[in-house]
Design a protein around this ligand. Sequence first.
Ligand code: SF4
Length: 185
Amino acid sequence: MYTYDELAAFVRGCTRCPLSRTRQNPVMGRGSLTADVLFIAEAPGNSEDRDGIPFTGPSGRVLDELLESAGLSREEIYLTNVVKCHPPGNRDPLPQEQEACILFLKHETILLRPKIIVCMGRVAAQRIIRPDLRITREHGSFLCRKNTWMTAVYHPSAILRDPAKMAETKEDFRRIREKRDELRG
Ligand code: SF4
């Protein structure tokens, strides 16, 4: 098993896919290494590419509002992405880029051993939970796989585009916190 610092060093120097040529900064996941809840989005955005930190831009502010509304905080969760480098023009990461990068996510998951995995947005949900998952219909529902609970929620950037999604996503976050409390016993 790799340590967080070892994984961060691999990501910093990684040239496994073409995104290494266009990124400003790779964005390693961040948060509590003893987190019960692992949040996974698809890829760093413009602000994250500039800062090298997950969810620092407008989407980060939406995420903070969602966490706070559910009584959660960044300090007690771990946040990461399926690919660690920003895709140009904010496009979806290509399947081959996801394939090249997924080993870092696998190692982050081994390191954390989370009780709950929350996929934020369609790309992460279809990669991690099920390729045909429909986030509009299935967000907020849980399934248990190999002793880990999984759920999908809208990506914070989807809420920026359509603020009407905020209320139902707050409800999904409230249920995530409830599930975490239940699993803690
Ligand atoms: S996206 Fe992942 S695999 Fe591609 S260069 Fe960045 S860290 Fe490496």
